[in-house]
Every structure is written in structure tokens, then in C-alpha cells.
Design a protein around this ligand. Structure first.
Ligand SMILES: Cc1ncc(COP(=O)(O)O)c(C=O)c1O
Length: 386
């Protein structure tokens, strides 16, 4: 069979390849500790689970859900945004629930990007910004994120010929994979840039609820004029330990929300309604456990940073997100270093190059592995000879 060119051109999805490598090592009898994928090991809180169980028993929830999500869920999202960020949203026109934010991130290109259009995509980055663009027939222009520039894109370095064809700008802070954060000044520059060049800003705020050391990330939509130039993707996945549930949202610019809604009504039928009711409970219920959850990640962060520093590897101490992003030791490529760790100590870290060409020279560690396994990984890392 011949597959369509648009998928023949896609690179293999990084994490599928990672799974394959780890499975092969495990099949060979090794106890592999994966510090790879950012998938919370801590369970979804009980009160959210209880809400699901109750809603799952209601026959009305077994039917097709509303295309645009339950009005109650859209209102809960708007209330959450107002309480958390002071951003007031119209629940009918500025809020759209998603089947996990990945779904919306991939589909939004179908709403905004035509063949020949350019998407400005950071490198390194969550791979779906690029893949969604490619599936829509658009072209990707990489914006390098470099340590010397606080892992922020240099918007002034984009050539005029690219700007003329650019339709969207992807940004993501707290950032995956670099764990960099961005402040209001950066977002202000982004709004001015978007106005000047007539591009739509797509901000991915998946990690706003995972923060440390008293820092608390903001929202792009807190910036004056932001909702006239862009939207923000958000998700219950990392915020509420709900990656498996598939529920997220996009909020902001009403015309973008409407256009993405039009794509979605044609390709999906919404989120299982019982999950939507549980999502409402997550967003409106007790939030006091979140700092304690973050303290668990923070301890793992500090342990692993100590060990890496002992190996002479300088990793930044992230103030948010689930990741450590460090330079691979002299003389290694990023994939070589990950493979060395897998071969010699059966620990998997993600090679930076999997997040785009400018991720070469780095590796990423996720903090979503249980404490005892993180301690074991730390012991093994201490024995590593570089
Ligand atoms: C930056 C970023 N955005 C979005 C997502 C997708 O999350 P979900 O589809 O579970 O909402 C992820 C998942 O790892 C991510 O790292």
C-alpha cells in the first residue's frame, strides 16, 4: 500500500521510538528506569475520580456529547481562568474544550495554515506544533531557543521573506523541553510582533500549574491586546494528573476559537460527557493539594540536580514544568549520551534532538517517575563514568 505523501514525510513520533528502545532493553532482561516521558506518576485526586464514577452512571452521558463541550464546562473553564489569572473570558465565544490539548494543537493548523504558509515554531519544542503544520501542508520555520537568550525566540532575527508568509507563531512557557519561563515583558513583545506582522499567536500553557520555589507562571492572555492576536492552549493533564483522561481547552481570540471549532465539528464528536463533569469538578473543586504535589516534583528535581552536578553536568534549576534540561557532556551527541545511559546503567533520558535540531547537545529528564525509582536512578547515575 502507498500512504499519502503528507504522512510519508513525517518523522517517526519521538516517544513511539523511545518506547521501542526501552522495550528492547527490558526484553533483554534489564530493569530500565525511564526518566523520559512527562506523564505524571501520581494518581488523579479521589474527588475527581468520584465525580467521573457518578457521571458515568448517568445514561444521558452515554450519548454523543455536545460539539462545543457542556456549557457548564465552558463556564467552569472561564471561572478558573478568572480565578487563577484574572483573565475574564466569554464562555460561549472564547472557550473551547479539547480532547486533550494535543488534539487542538494538531488541528489548529487545519484552521489557520494553508499550503505555502509558514508557521514559526520554536526548536527545541513539543513536536506536535511542527507535525500539525506539516499535516496541514504548511512550512515550518524554526526559531532557535538558546541558553544565552533564556530559551526565548529572537523574533528580530526572522528574515522578512519568512515574515511575509508567516501565519502563526507558536510559543510555550513554562517550556517543554527547556523548562524556561517567560515574563510579561516577553509576552508584550510577542503581542507587538503579532500586530506588526499579522500573525496569530498560539501559546501553549500546559505547565502553568507545575511550579517551584514560590514562582507561579502567568497566562499569555494577561497581556494587554493578547486576545486580539492569539489563543492559549491549556490542559488538565499535567495540572490535575489527568493525562489519560483526555481533556484540555483553548481560550482567547474568538475568531480562532470559531475556526478551530469548525474543524472539530467535522472530525470529532467531543469529550465523553462523564469526563467533562469530572473536569468541572477538577477546575472548581479543592485546589489546595497542588502545592503538595509540586513539592514532590521539587524534591526529585533537587536530588537529580545534585547528582548531575556531581557528574559535572550543569543543569538549570527550573522554576516550573516537569523537566530538567541539561547539556550532554563534551564529546557526546545527544542520542549517543541517551544510548550510553541506557546501555551502561539502564536509565533512559530523552535526547534533546528529539525536540528539533536545536535540541542537539542537550538531554531532558522528566520528574514524573516515582520517588523510589528516582532514588535508584540517582544511585545509578552516581556510578556513571563519563
Ligand atoms: C508542551 C506540551 N503541550 C501539550 C501537551 C499535550 O498534553 P495533553 O494533550 O495531554 O493536554 C504536552 C504533553 O506532553 C506538552 O508537553
Amino acid at each position: 500500500m502507498r500512504v499519502a505523501q503528507r504522512i510519508a514525510n513525517l518523522p517517526p513520533y519521538l516517544f513511539a521510538e523511545v518506547d521501542r528502545r526501552i522495550a528492547a532493553k527490558r526484553a533483554a532482561g534489564y530493569d530500565v528506569i525511564s526518566l523520559g516521558i512527562g506523564d505524571p506518576d501520581l494518581p488523579t485526586p479521589r474527588y475527581i475520580l468520584d465525580a467521573l464514577v457518578e457521571a458515568a452512571g448517568v445514561p444521558a452521558n452515554h450519548r454523543y456529547p455536545d460539539y462545543y463541550g457542556l456549557a457548564e464546562l465552558r463556564r467552569a473553564i472561564a471561572r478558573w481562568y478568572e480565578g487563577r489569572f484574572g483573565v475574564v473570558l466569554h464562555p460561549d465565544t472564547e472557550v473551547l474544550p479539547l480532547i486533550g490539548s494535543k488534539e487542538g494543537i494538531a488541528h489548529v493548523a487545519l484552521a489557520l495554515v494553508d499550503p505555502g504558509d509558514v508557521a514559526l515554531v520554536p526548536s527545541p519544542a513539543y513536536p506536535v506544533y511542527e507535525i500539525g503544520t506539516m499535516l496541514a501542508g504548511g512550512e515550518v520555520y524554526h526559531l532557535p531557543l538558546r541558553p544565552g537568550h533564556q530559551f526565548l525566540p529572537d523574533l528580530d532575527a526572522i528574515p522578512q521573506g519568512v515574515l511575509d508568509r508567516a501565519r502563526v507563531l507558536w510559543i510555550n512557557y513554562p517550556n517543554n523541553p527547556t523548562s524556561a519561563v517567560a515574563g510579561p515583558e516577553f509576552f508584550e513583545r510577542v503581542v507587538a510582533f503579532a500586530r506588526r506582522h499579522d500573525v496569530i499567536v498560539l501559546h501553549d500553557n500546559a505547565y502553568s500549574e507545575v511550579y517551584y520555589d514560590g514562582y507561579r507562571p502567568g497566562s499569555f492572555l494577561q497581556t494587554a491586546g493578547a486576545r486580539d492576536v492569539g489563543v492559549e492552549f491549556h490542559s488538565l493533564s499535567k495540572s490535575y494528573n489527568m493525562t489519560g483522561w483526555r481533556i484540555g481547552m483553548v481560550v482567547g481570540h474568538a475568531a480562532v476559537i470559531e475556526a478551530l471549532g469548525r474543524v472539530k465539528t467535522n472530525v470529532d464528536s467531543g469529550i465523553f460527557q462523564a469526563v467533562q463533569y469530572a473536569g468541572i469538578v477538577a477546575l472548581t473543586g479543592d485546589q489546595s493539594w497542588i502545592p503538595a504535589r509540586n513539592a514532590v516534583y521539587e524534591k526529585r528535581r533537587d536530588l537529580l540536580i545534585d547528582v548531575l552536578q556531581g557528574l559535572g553536568i550543569k543543569v538549570g534549576r527550573p522554576r516550573a514544568s516537569l523537566y530538567l534540561w541539561g547539556p550532554v557532556p563534551e564529546g557526546y551527541g545527544s542520542l549517543d549520551f541517551s544510548v550510553k545511559l541506557l546501555d551502561e546503567i539502564a536509565v533512559w533520558v530523552t535526547p534533546g534532538v528529539g525536540f528539533g535540531p536545536h535540541g542537539e547537545g542537550f538531554f531532558r529528564i522528566s520528574l514524573t517517575t516515582p520517588d523510589d525509582r528516582v532514588r535508584q536512578a540517582a544511585e545509578r547515575l552516581r556510578q556513571l563514568r563519563l
